[in-house]
Design a protein around this ligand. Structure first.
Ligand SMILES: [Mg+2]
Length: 319
């Protein structure tokens, strides 16, 4: 085992088998902040746009944040391609006028996104190496499919994931029709290799049955599956409840970073979700005993998966 890779600190349940002897034939991975720094990409592009909009319009940033909050709440996403057109201060302007007025802001958004849109170190090589063994790789995200698909193509994940699961109801921003997005070239946001699949409507992480269904439907078994994600509350709790080996992508944990504060100010999350997350984090701080303790912890990067486990194609099933 790599010395830098620690088992869950003070893990109460030390396993007696050697991790490297575990043959993994299915890897299920979270996407945002596990394969790439979603928060950095979002923050850099959104704040570049926000500051440019403030400069062009003369509206204070704090007022604009409130306007974006309203749009994101209404559309159910904090990544909304048409947010500028729906700002309160854009009322009365046509789509074309908004685009012309804020051209520099849109440019700043795109430039920052393109600068920050990359995978964490050695993610592509690690996925390729695991896939070369014949093991299956499944991505599982709750981000909106439209934006996830764009990122998958841009990041080169399309050739590396066999399946991508996302919630059906997160396919498009609320109230938006696919025609609204058709101005975007199809090949920029539809994966060519990865098979897209839906998780059931209304079901979310950390429901363990969701993960068990994914394992079954992609031909895996819980015993030979690994699940990796950066959220203790959502990813690790779900894998543990499903009886699937959990790996915590600690290197990707975004909370308590300054960028997170801006996301919360303009978020699409309902206020009760924000409050719930705060109270859970508070409880975790107060009662050490109720903490979710991950079985494996990756401190440095996704690539640690290669030294920690061995991978193989699933055994053919006995008919
Ligand atoms: Mg994540």
């Amino acid at each position: 085992m790599n010395g830098s890779t620690s088992k869950g600190q003070d893990a109460p349940h030390v396993r007696h088998w050697n991790a490297a002897s575990k043959k993994v034939s299915l890897l299920v991975t979270d996407l945002d902040n596990t394969l790439f720094d979603w928060l950095e990409i979002w923050y850099e592009s959104f704040s570049a746009m926000l500051n440019k909009v403030a400069e062009i319009s003369g509206i204070p940033v704090s007022d604009l944040e409130k306007e974006f909050y309203e749009v994101h709440q209404r559309r159910g996403t904090s990544e909304y391609a048409f947010a500028l057109q729906e700002l309160r201060s854009s009322a009365g302007l046509s789509r074309h006028q908004v685009k012309a007025k804020y051209e520099a802001a849109i440019g700043a958004y795109r430039a920052a996104r393109d600068r920050t849109l990359h995978l964490y170190p050695r993610v592509a090589e690690t996925l390729a190496a695991i896939r070369a063994t014949g093991a299956t790789i499944v991505g599982y995200t709750e981000s909106m499919r439209f934006y996830t698909s764009y990122r998958m193509r841009a990041l080169g994940l399309d050739k590396l994931l066999d399946y991508l699961y996302s919630p059906e109801d997160a396919e498009l921003p609320i109230g938006l029709a696919i025609e609204d997005l058709e101005r975007y070239p199809q090949d920029k946001y539809r994966p060519r290799h990865t098979e897209l699949r839906h998780t059931p409507r209304g079901e979310k992480k950390p429901n363990p049955q969701l993960l068990l269904d994914i394992v079954r439907d992609t031909g895996g078994t819980p015993e030979t599956t690994l699940y990796i994600g950066d959220s203790l509350m959502k990813d690790i709790a779900m894998a543990q409840d499903a009886g699937i080996t959990d790996v915590w992508a600690k290197y990707g944990v975004p909370h308590d970073r300054a960028e997170y504060a801006l996301l919360k100010r303009v978020t699409h999350w309902p206020p009760e979700d924000v409050a719930k997350e705060e109270s859970i984090k508070q409880r975790e701080r107060e009662q050490n005993g109720s903490r979710i303790v991950p079985t494996y912890v990756l401190n440095h990067g996704f690539y640690e998966l290669l030294t920690l486990f061995s991978y193989a194609a699933p055994f053919p099933r006995v008919p």
